[in-house]
Design a protein. Structure first.
Length: 387
């Protein structure tokens, strides 16, 4: 059985290869980035003046000079002039390069300028590069600024334009169908018998996909009848890029899906993962149609955790447990949690993976690694949000 890291890499390999396209920058908003964006130079690329005023030598200021003859002017969009004499100054405008030889900016509000001489009228301790946006302080050449997998927003397009990207590689909009399986499932507008359940998983999974930018998502249902499952798959594999099944992938006598998929030519890459919940997760590829097939457990928590951990894991962060958790099995443990502004994680312990009511007040889940038994509040752990 695969580890979580091994399963993640397998899915990433196929998911990243799932039909990317290069499009013009103006059409990128809302799309999922399929390449990492690197800074094309230091930002800012020069020492940049942040206030209108004068640029002087701090050495001259430290010597006690407070009056400076104005020797020139620097404006935005021009090459930096030289401050050749430290007893002079250069007038500067916001956004212009800091003149060579100058390392201190004095704003106009702290000056008195008369007949070409600037006098500093506020005497105080000053630091080199005051009012200077220093070169490379935002980012350095080659640094990853926007990682692959980011859903592009207006702020990202501004960065892309600054870096000179006229075209960007993005994921093609995937056509997805989420399919509930099981004889016990009925439409949500019907009143269930005690032995029946409303089809809730497909709505949660579809909403999760949509919240991460996958808008072309349909839902469906099939009973646990092989004679119906087989033609249903044959029909849908020709239309959809990703088929997500909820239920029917465990070891039960009526869990027909894995064998039917393989009989239909789907290559299995994942047939169980060392994790809780979601251990029976199944993933394969129909290479004839380039259709991905994801089999999720039918339990609500298992299904949502697997989808977010392996397919929607673009915004993970770190958090700290609010209390000690002990977990004995040699499995990666996913626990629903509530997170606060200080990244403290409060576990919302479900009674079992079917206890979806426990998710109501949760913000996501924490990943507790396989090779430990006790997890303390002092440690950092990965947190994955539901949104």
């Amino acid at each position: 059985m695969l580890t979580v890291a091994e399963a993640e890499q397998i899915i990433k390999t196929h998911w990243d290869a799932a039909k990317c396209e290069e499009i013009a920058l103006e059409f990128c908003a809302g799309r999922i980035l399929a390449q990492s964006i690197h800074a094309d130079r230091d930002y800012p690329p020069i020492d940049r003046v942040m206030m209108d005023g004068i640029a002087i030598s701090k050495h001259a200021y430290d010597r006690g000079l407070r009056k400076f003859i104005i020797a020139g002017m620097a404006t935005a969009g021009t090459a930096p002039p030289n401050l050749e004499n430290i007893e002079t100054c250069i007038e500067v405008t916001t956004g212009c390069p800091l003149p060579d030889g100058a390392d201190l900016v004095i704003p106009y509000e702290e000056l008195n300028i008369h007949q070409g001489v600037a006098e500093i009228i506020i005497d105080q301790n000053r630091k080199a590069k005051d009012f200077v946006h220093q070169r490379g302080s935002d980012c350095r050449l080659g640094e990853v600024i926007i990682p692959s997998g980011t859903r592009l927003k207006g702020v990202h397009l501004g960065i892309l334009a600054s870096f000179g990207y006229t075209k960007v590689l993005v994921e093609k909009p995937l056509k997805i169908k989420v399919i509930a399986t099981g004889d016990e499932l009925i439409p949500i507008d019907q009143n269930p018998q005690p032995y029946q359940l409303r089809r809730s998983n497909v709505y949660a999974l579809r909403a999760s996909l949509r919240s991460y930018g996958y808008t072309d998502v349909e839902i469906d249902h099939i009973p646990d009848i092989p004679e119906l499952i087989l033609p249903h798959y044959q029909q849908n594999k020709q239309t959809y890029d990703l088929l997500i099944y909820s239920g029917g992938v465990s070891q039960g006598k009526r869990d027909y899906l894995p064998q039917i998929w393989q009989d239909m030519g789907v290559i299995p890459y994942i047939q169980g993962v060392r994790q809780k919940p979601g251990k029976p997760m199944w993933f394969g590829m129909d290479h004839t149609n380039n259709t991905m097939v994801l089999g999720l457990p039918g339990n609500p928590i298992s299904a949502l955790v697997c989808l977010h951990r392996y397919f929607l894991n673009r915004s993970k962060s770190y958090g700290y447990l609010q209390k000690l958790i002990t977990f004995e099995p040699d499995l990666t443990y996913f626990v629903p949690v509530k997170i606060n502004v200080t990244h403290e994680l409060t576990p919302m312990m479900p009674q079992n993976s079917g206890d979806f009511v426990a998710l109501a007040d949760s913000d996501g889940f924490v990943e507790l690694p396989q090779n430990k038994k006790q997890f303390t509040p002092q440690e950092q752990f990965f947190f994955y949000p539901w949104y």
